[in-house]
Design a binder for this molecule. Structure first.
Ligand SMILES: Cc1cc2nc3c(=O)[nH]c(=O)nc-3n(C[C@H](O)[C@H](O)[C@H](O)COP(=O)(O)OP(=O)(O)OC[C@H]3O[C@@H](n4cnc5c(N)ncnc54)[C@H](O)[C@@H]3O)c2cc1C
Ligand SMILES: Cc1ncc(C[n+]2csc(CCOP(=O)(O)OP(=O)(O)O)c2C)c(N)n1
Length: 583
């Protein structure tokens, strides 16, 4: 059935037909017809953010915590350019987003019109795909295709630029099912390659599953199959920052996060393994460290839905192109049909070795004295919130890494962090997006004070929509991660890594009508955290922590996995000097 309607109405109709419930946006001249249509309907909730960067990060939080695409709507020119950081963030972390931008009327494009920017040009490198729609008749089909592209294969952000005259004009609405798409990424893996992997699993003496964000992207079935595979084989499993929760932190085979700030046992297992099974991870440089020293003696398999991800950084012996859930299902079937074999003797020795590495206790720290250690703050946060229906977002810096180390994730889609782009300012708006999707859940953004200030205006959004997001700020009055690198790698020359004019966060919260809590005393911390959790509204928690604490373990850039720095409180202390590290 086709129907005549304006372009602006088509936008709203297409969003409704695609099952969209929430749009994060900010109005302006070039999108007013769409805002007018939003005003006249009740199916979609529009959340007015305070900055377009906030809209896109909120849409990311919504998407990552639901598995559904996030939607943002912004105006032309500065609205679109403000969205660029969020788009790039979503592209690097494979988050499905649909970003709609207004554009000047078609007949004015190229005339330096008011608030004109070449949005498709600017966003081409930071979207999975983008479109400038010049005819109203093509708008609905483009919108439906955009949802398909954003969510199929490797997910990512897409953008549709809609000139104002296209919004005003009347055209024919196309239903989603009438749209023919030519983008159909391969989801089933090659059975020969899967059988080769099953065979390698039967004989491996030192296997390890190296899992990543692709397991989360693939959906809940992938996490279930992963759990089954790990339980059936008894192989150790590690994950990247982006994959936390796909396998439970309480699971028997969990050896912790790997990488630059990963656990000693996870990195050593990666370095010494003889079979590495990469499931939906992309050999990021925070993982590999020095490439020519990366896991020198292992056979490597890589399951990934994006052909361009395979053999991009690390050459693998068994490439498997496909969706994690599909491939794991086939892998389990093949491995079971071949007799469920593993090398039991080898595996037992391997676990003995891993347990020795575990004894290093790389996350140990001492909370003595009257100053709160950031690790302690997170340990207490974990203890007091773990039984809740809890979602965590983070900003970027040391606090982000400590959150990954000390909070424990049992399920997928509970952990939202900016991994690839490392965007300070991501966590607060992302927490707003998560809370919109899960109104009754406990949503906590673990933040550093510097990152949090980058999108602090969103406190207005949290107040307006009565979103009880908790902002847990580990305040070290420093750009902590930068300060740490300067201490370890730049001769303790602390160039511009602290702020001399931080606000009073309690008063700041109160100025917006939110609750502010400050805590500096380890003995008062539990009560203060409980006050935060039980307060029915947004809270800004200013947790004053040790200012010069460093985040360990740490593999300095350009070093190998077995050249990790450990903190003084772990059993072995610092293993190697960081002096010649490449930055
Ligand atoms: C300060 C800082 C420190 C960091 N330190 C660490 C660290 O110590 N350890 C760490 O792990 N990370 C760290 N990171 C994050 C790091 O930069 C990368 O973002 C992260 O390691 C990438 O994770 P990933 O390999 O799981 O890839 P993702 O970016 O999640 O990519 C997923 C991969 O899976 C594929 N994929 C997607 N969907 C599917 C599907 N359905 N089926 C199959 N494949 C699919 C994609 O094509 C892609 O190759 C740090 C970031 C910051 C900001
Ligand atoms: C937008 C942006 N600018 C700069 C950086 C570089 N950077 C990474 S961590 C960091 C310091 C973060 O400080 P804070 O938020 O207080 O967290 P801490 O490291 O102290 O926990 C900086 C400046 C970044 N990641 N993002």
């Amino acid at each position: 059935m086709t129907k005549a309607m304006t372009g602006a109405k088509m936008v709203v109709q297409a969003l409704i037909d695609q099952g969209v419930e929430v749009v994060f946006g900010y109005p302006g001249g070039a999108v007013l017809p769409i805002y007018d249509e939003i005003f006249q309907q009740n199916s979609i909730t529009h959340v007015l953010v305070r900055h377009e960067q906030g809209a896109v990060h909120a849409a990311e939080g919504y998407a990552r915590s639901t598995g559904k695409p996030g939607v943002a709507l912004v105006t032309s020119g500065p609205g679109a350019t403000n969205a660029v950081t969020g788009l790039t963030d979503a592209l690097l972390d494979s988050i499905p987003l649909i970003v709609l931008t207004g554009q000047v009327p078609t007949f004015m494009i190229g005339s330096d019109a008011f608030q004109e920017a070449d949005t498709v040009g600017i966003t081409r490198p930071c979207t999975k795909h983008n479109w400038l729609v010049k005819e109203t008749d093509k708008l609905a089909a483009t919108l439906h295709e955009a949802f398909h592209v954003a969510t199929s294969g490797r997910p990512g952000p897409v953008l549709i630029d809609i000139p104002k005259d296209v919004q005003f004009a009347t055209g024919t609405y196309t239903q989603a099912k009438q749209v023919e798409t030519h983008y159909n990424p391969q989801v089933k893996g090659d059975l020969d390659a899967i059988t080769e992997l099953a065979k390698a699993m039967e004989t491996a003496k030192r296997p390890v599953f190296y899992t990543g964000g692709g397991v989360i992207n693939s959906g809940p079935a992938a996490s279930q199959l992963l759990r089954e595979l790990v339980a059936a084989t008894g192989f150790p499993i590690t994950s990247t920052l982006m994959g936390l929760g796909a396998y439970p932190a309480s699971g028997d085979s969990w050896i912790g996060m790997l990488g630059m700030h990963g656990l000693y046992e996870a990195n050593m297992a990666m370095h010494d393994c003889d079979l590495m099974i990469n499931i939906g991870a992309r050999f990021d440089d925070r993982i590999t460290g020095r490439l020519d020293a990366f896991s020198p003696n292992s056979k490597k398999a890589h399951i990934d839905i994006d052909a361009s991800s395979i053999n991009k950084v690390i050459h693998v012996d068994i490439p498997i192109l496909g969706d994690v859930a599909h491939v794991l299902e086939d892998l389990l079937n093949v491995w079971k049909a071949r007799g469920r074999k593993t090398n039991k003797e080898g595996l037992s020795k391997w676990w003995n070795q891993i347990n020795e590495w575990r004894n290093v206790k790389c996350l140990d720290f001492k909370q003595d004295g009257k100053i709160i250690k950031p690790q302690y703050a997170l340990q207490r946060l974990e203890e007091l919130t773990k039984k809740h229906d809890r979602y965590i977002t983070t900003e970027v810096g040391q606090h982000q890494m400590w959150a990954a180390q000390y909070l424990r994730f049992e399920d997928p889609n509970r952990w939202m962090t900016s991994g690839g782009l490392g965007t300070m300012g991501y966590g607060f708006p992302a927490s707003i997006g998560v809370q919109m999707a899960h109104p009754d859940a406990l949503v906590i953004n673990v933040a550093g004070e510097a990152s949090w200030l980058m999108n602090m205006q969103e406190l207005g959004t949290a107040m307006q929509y009565k979103l009880p997001v908790k902002q847990f700020i580990l305040n070290n009055e420093r750009l902590g991660m930068v300060r740490q690198w300067q201490e370890l790698l730049h001769g303790e020359r602390y160039s511009s890594s602290w702020s001399e004019s931080l606000p009073d966060f309690v008063k700041l919260a109160e100025a917006f009508g939110a609750k502010g809590i400050q805590c500096h005393d380890p003995d008062a911390l539990d009560d203060a955290i409980m006050e935060m959790i039980t307060y029915d509204g947004p809270v800004l928690f200013d947790c004053l922590v040790e200012k010069h604490e460093n985040c360990f373990p740490m593999i300095p850039s350009g070093k190998a996995h077995n050249e990790m720095l450990l903190g003084d409180d772990s059993t072995e202390g610092a293993i190697q000097g960081a002096g010649e590290a490449l930055v």
